[in-house]
Design a protein around this ligand. Structure first.
Ligand code: SAH
Length: 239
């Protein structure tokens, strides 16, 4: 759980957006939501859009000022799509995740109103501007989309994403180099047996076939199937 990160929404107009934010947070293992003077909350639209993340809504704290909502936070990041008249130190969520991961008790991620964002006096309360890199010609994300991107970055940086690379969670072990060599010999022999190719002229074709199979990273079951096909072709050809 990334419970040291508190998502703070300032004067959200549409309760549906609050629900969508709760859902976006819960998907990324986050549950600490704080609402500053929401226009309508609690509300059926919020619950509907939360779609299973209503526990995050139920536990959400409601505050009458941003100062109160961030009072216990050591680091305060204000998410903004806009350039400000005076430059303010800014970070991306990726940088923030790397910089403060695990070492700060409470970090506020403050998001502004749907129609007008955060006011300058609210940004004065923030240590850094939090920027989501995007097309400068069209840089304003929907509120819940902005929360989603930020929470996703924090989730990935926390190392909780499920490993799903070949070799980590593959149901069958990958073929070893020795098994692959056995397969290439068998393939070459079969191509000769069925008259597809003379072994002496097979060098460049074999190199290309090696390159093809190396790209796919065969597992042992797949290798068994291919060798079964080769055996069948050899036997069939002898009949
Ligand atoms: N029209 C508003 C933007 C509202 S979007 C404006 O002009 O500021 C609602 C909130 O989502 C913003 O206040 C900000 O907190 C967040 N947000 C949207 N796009 C963002 C971006 N590119 N980078 C950081 N935060 C963003």
């Amino acid at each position: 759980m990334l419970s040291n990160f508190k998502v703070v929404l300032v004067e959200t107009s549409h309760p549906g957006n609050i629900g969508a934010v709760a859902r976006a947070m819960k998907n990324m293992g986050m549950d600490q939501l704080r609402l500053v003077s929401p226009k309508l909350f609690p509300h059926a639209d919020a619950t509907a859009r939360a779609s299973g993340a209503d526990d995050v809504l139920r536990e959400a704290g409601v505050y009458s000022s941003l100062q109160d909502a961030i009072a216990d936070c050591q680091v305060v990041l204000g998410a903004s799509a806009r350039d400000r008249t005076i430059s303010w130190p800014s970070v991306t969520a990726r940088e923030a995740a790397g910089r403060w991961r695990g070492c700060i008790e409470n970090i506020a991620l403050v998001f502004g109103r749907e129609n007008s964002g955060l006011k300058n006096h609210e940004l004065d309360l923030c240590h850094y501007l939090l920027r989501i890199p995007c097309d400068p010609e069209y840089s304003s994300l929907n509120l819940a989309a902005a929360v989603q991107v930020v929470c996703y970055e924090l989730f990935v940086a926390s190392g909780q994403e499920y490993p799903n690379t070949i070799g980590d969670q593959w149901e069958e072990p990958l073929a070893t180099a020795e098994q692959m060599e056995g397969f290439y010999l068998h393939l070459q022999q079969t191509m000769a047996d069925i008259g597809f190719l003379h072994p002496e002229r097979s060098k460049s074709i074999m190199r290309r076939l090696r390159r093809l199979f190396n790209r796919t990273q065969l597992d042992i079951k797949e290798l068994d199937i291919l060798r079964g096909i080769l055996r069948f072709s050899q036997n069939h050809n002898l009949k």
